[in-house]
Design a protein around this ligand. Structure first.
Ligand SMILES: *Cc1c(COP(=O)(O)O)cnc(C)c1O
Length: 298
């Protein structure tokens, strides 16, 4: 791998780029999902609700974190998982069950209704009293929880002005943008193909926040590598080469694509001001177990 050299700054530094290792937080649920959940947990505590319900796939980082954090904080958790019962034996869901999550199979046609308000009302009635958390911890409470990541960036960021992170729903990015001022630029690398509504969604989430001075931001749509949870040959080759020289495990769904985007920009000479660039490792390493070619969790 040309152009990627370890330099011990903030954990590691890649060609002068610093990396904030949320994946290394000494926590049951490392990564960004715990931050997103915090806003929902606050809501549940305020309402005195002890049961948390949410959606996800069999490899969901979100359900994994929800099961861990819920168990730790005395909540009952229910995971509504896409697929048939016999498909729900991933290591992710085995962990979740071990932590006490009740795993319920939702057929694919039902799962498609997960953002439908009538369907949600039915679920809330069925599991009442409960709090229904949107898939991935998306939405305003998730944004509020992620402002704490911006605080960490300011505290540990050592003068970083350009923040780069992988993006799914945009919730984490919106929280970071909202928590920083306009001397910062935030770049999100989209993990989904054709996520044309992402900018609108992030702008909408920011509109709901207290008006104020936000960071400048933009989305890189060029590194989805075939689409959500897809891996093309360049991503695979890059990740294997990266891990051979860097002591930083990546996940193929999110952080691998972000790192590939940074690497490509470095190679093309497009990334100026590397010493003030901070990439955020958002975690997701539990999901590596779904990719044999990566050799599991390292
Ligand atoms: C969920 C997730 C993201 C995306 O977060 P959003 O708030 O949905 O944009 C990024 N990285 C990892 C590792 C994730 O698990």
């Amino acid at each position: 791998m040309q152009g990627l050299r370890p330099e011990p700054v903030l954990g590691v530094s890649l060609e002068g780029i610093s990396l904030l290792r949320l994946d290394q937080s000494a926590d049951l649920a490392p990564g960004n999902k715990r931050y997103k959940l915090e806003g929902f947990l606050e809501q549940a505590r305020r309402r005195g609700v002890k049961r948390l319900l949410s959606f996800g796939g069999a490899w969901s980082n979100h359900l994994h974190a929800l099961a861990a954090v819920g168990a730790d904080q005395g909540f009952e958790t229910v995971g509504l998982v896409r697929g048939e019962a016999h498909e729900l034996n991933s290591p992710t869901l085995q962990d979740a069950r071990r932590w006490g999550m009740r795993v319920v199979a939702l057929g694919r046609s039902q799962f498609r209704l997960r953002n439908d308000s009538l369907f949600q009302q039915q679920l809330v009635a069925e599991y009442s009293p409960c709090l229904l958390i949107p898939e991935g911890g998306a939405g305003p409470p998730g944004v509020h929880g992620c402002i704490a990541i911006a605080d960490t960036v300011r505290r540990l960021g050592r003068g970083a002005r350009r923040i780069v992170l992988p993006v799914g729903t945009g919730t984490t990015m919106a929280g970071i943008v909202a928590g920083l001022d306009n001397t910062f630029e935030v770049i999100g690398v989209a993990s989904m193909k054709g996520a044309v509504d992402l900018e609108g969604r992030i702008a909408g989430l920011l509109d709901l926040m207290t008006p104020g001075d936000h960071a400048r931001w933009r989305i890189d749509h060029g590194h989805h590598c075939g689409g959500f949870a897809r891996v093309n040959s360049s991503l695979r080759a890059f990740m294997l080469a990266f891990e051979a020289v860097q002591d930083v495990p990546l996940d193929p769904v999110y952080t691998g694509k972000m790192m590939l985007a940074l690497h490509t920009a470095c190679q093309r000479g497009e990334l100026h001001g590397r010493s003030t660039t901070l990439a955020i490792h958002t975690g997701g390493l539990q999901g590596r177990r779904g990719y044999e070619w990566l050799g599991g969790i390292s």
